[in-house]
Write a protein that binds this ligand. Structure first.
Ligand SMILES: *Cc1c(COP(=O)(O)O)cnc(C)c1O
Length: 359
């Protein structure tokens, strides 16, 4: 009765919640630098909108999502019919696979990327083809070669999680030109607001294509991870197709109100970017000074080689009230992924790391 494709799935391991660490280790103060969340806490404007919207939680949400779609359409200069919202952009990833992948079909991506892609592919009975990264970057020519008649979707996280690296506009142009029009190319841009690189692709220009979808999320730069709100931008045909298979009320009313308010609070986004840019520079500078290899990041986290067993380091840091992400799930046994926190959190982390490494 149990399906083999599901029995063999490795469950997704989320970053440890703060409360769990407090409970298990009896610690009062715990900081989480493990799940790329926003270190500022929620925007005040968002909190006010949630309080207002809470008055109506006895009613079903607007299944058509009129207001948040209108706000997003204005923000991106697209039509509301070119937007599909989800319970986090994770849900859009799932809708894509459910909508396009039949058992035996192929999904192509990289070996060191978001673990949700293989998870949902395997659930659908699809085959996940992963091409090795080159120096911690997507090898797009290798992905292009891996695309064949069975391929339905290619996932590209840009900037990528967990490496923080990115593919450039020129590289992506070439790749998208080389992919057949009946293969969906999903550009997962969860970290786009943290990019400083000048040659980062302006992905919305691809929306005229039949087969490209761009994913964005409110979980990181907008500080709404707990509410679950993300969306896809694509042509009307593709968006309409995804609307058919989503649940009628897949985005709750608080998330819809919060998303609209978040878009109306550019100062919060600016402040977030400032904190992430400063913190990222600080952390990378410290790693360099300590002689630790890291992947230069365009996201709100840094992948760094700690020259120690990363599971041990993870546990040691945990006892000191700092949650990070060890990278053994990717076969990187001496690496951790560290989310950029507030400057006080970053400094605390560096102090503890130096003590542990004897620097
Ligand atoms: C965090 C993240 C997301 C966002 O997921 P949500 O479901 O919107 O919270 C999507 N893709 C990648 C690669 C991520 O790291």
């Amino acid at each position: 009765m149990y399906k083999n494709n599901i029995d063999t799935i490795k469950p997704y391991e989320p970053g440890k919640p703060i409360e769990e660490v407090q409970r298990e280790l009896g610690l009062k103060k715990v900081i989480k630098l493990a799940s790329n969340e926003n270190p500022l806490g929620p925007s005040k404007k968002v909190l006010a909108a949630i309080r207002e919207a809470a008055k109506n939680v006895h009613l079903y949400p607007d299944g058509g999502m009129f207001r948040i779609k209108k706000a997003l359409a204005k923000y991106h200069g697209v039509k509301p019919a070119e937007i599909v919202l989800g319970n986090g952009s994770n849900e859009i990833i799932e809708l894509l696979v459910r909508g396009f992948v039949l058992p035996g079909d192929h999904v192509v991506s990289s070996d060191m990327t978001f673990l949700v892609y293989p998870l949902v592919t395997q659930t659908a009975g699809g085959k996940y083809i992963q091409k090795a990264m080159k120096t911690f970057r997507y090898d797009l020519p290798a992905l292009a070669k891996a695309v064949d008649k069975k391929t339905r979707i290619v996932f590209i996280a840009n900037p990528n999680n967990p490496t923080g690296s990115y593919v450039s506009d020129v590289e992506l142009d070439q790749f998208i030109d080389s992919v057949p029009k009946d293969v969906i190319v999903c550009l997962d841009e969860a970290y786009v607001d943290f990019v400083e690189a000048k040659d980062f692709p302006k992905s919305l220009k691809y929306l005229k294509r039949e087969n490209v979808i761009v994913l964005r999320t409110f979980s990181k730069s907008y500080g709404l991870a707990g509410l679950r709100l993300g969306y896809g931008l694509a042509n009307e045909r593709l968006i309409g197709y995804l609307h058919k298979i989503r649940q009628p009320f897949n985005v709750n009313s608080l998330a819809q109100a919060a998303g609209e308010a978040a878009l109306g609070d550019p100062a919060y986004l600016k402040q977030t970017q400032k904190v992430v840019f400063q913190g990222r520079n600080f952390l990378q500078g410290q790693f360099k000074a300590m002689g630790l290899y890291f992947v230069p990041s365009q996201a709100n986290f840094v992948l760094v080689c700690v020259k120690r067993n990363s599971k041990d380091l993870f546990k040691t840091l945990l006892r000191r009230g700092i949650i990070v992400r060890d990278m053994t799930a990717y076969g990187l046994n001496e690496w951790i992924r560290l989310t950029v926190g507030t400057m006080a959190e970053n400094q605390l982390f560096i102090r503890e790391l130096k003590k542990i490494l004897g620097k």
